[in-house]
Ligand binder design. Structure first.
Ligand SMILES: [Zn+2]
Length: 195
């Protein structure tokens, strides 16, 4: 027993009794859906990058690594489904997992945006000294100040900053990093200024 590539119903003959498509037509439909969802997923990932910098989380780098790994896993899954569909192998479960992952970049972007936008908690000033800084080029185009950490068990914080702040501060500067707790409990950086 095989399943229809389009609607997932079990079918005994070449033509699916549920949606009426032949196996060749169902394969074309599946490929078209994969293409649309993948485009939607990529657009979400492209939206996520600038959205994550509006109210930059303190742990932005860890979040970016997570999203990067997810990105390649999901794209790999799409390629795998496409290859299996070409051999007319079973794809139903993988297809559902894949379609479930498609909105994730959009949801993460919305989460980080709402986390900062609707945060009404008071800001907490943290005094730290700048020990280094670096800037990423390419699609990410974001800058970090590496400062001494105020959190227990952690030596440094990689604070996301804008271009101006990146050039304004130097190693050895004492700065105040204003942190907000975040509506969704994800601490984010409100501002960095000289003490
Ligand atoms: Zn069908």
């Amino acid at each position: 027993m095989t399943r229809c590539l389009d609607c997932g119903a079990e079918r005994a003959t070449d033509q699916c009794s549920a949606c009426g498509l032949t196996s060749a037509a169902a394969e074309v439909m599946l490929r078209r859906r994969l293409f649309h969802r993948t485009a939607w997923f990529l657009l979400g990932a492209v939206t996520f990058l600038p959205a994550s910098q509006l109210y930059p989380p303190l742990e932005l780098d860890a979040i970016l690594i997570f999203v990067g790994v997810l990105f390649f896993l999901v794209l790999g899954l799409a390629v795998w489904i496409e290859r299996r569909a070409r051999r007319h192998a079973e794809v139903e479960i993988m297809k559902r997992v894949y379609f479930g992952f498609v909105p994730v970049p959009w949801l993460l972007a919305a989460l980080l945006f709402a986390n900062g936008k609707f945060d009404t908690a008071p800001r907490t000033p943290r005094v730290a000294s700048v020990v280094g800084k670096f800037s990423m080029r390419g699609v990410l185009r974001s800058s970090r100040l590496v400062v001494t950490s105020w959190r227990e068990g952690q030596r440094f914080e990689r604070v996301p900053v804008g271009r101006d702040d990146f050039y304004r501060f130097r190693r050895g500067d004492t700065v105040v990093v204003e942190i907000q707790d975040g509506r969704a409990g994800i601490p984010w950086v409100y501002a960095v200024y000289r003490r």
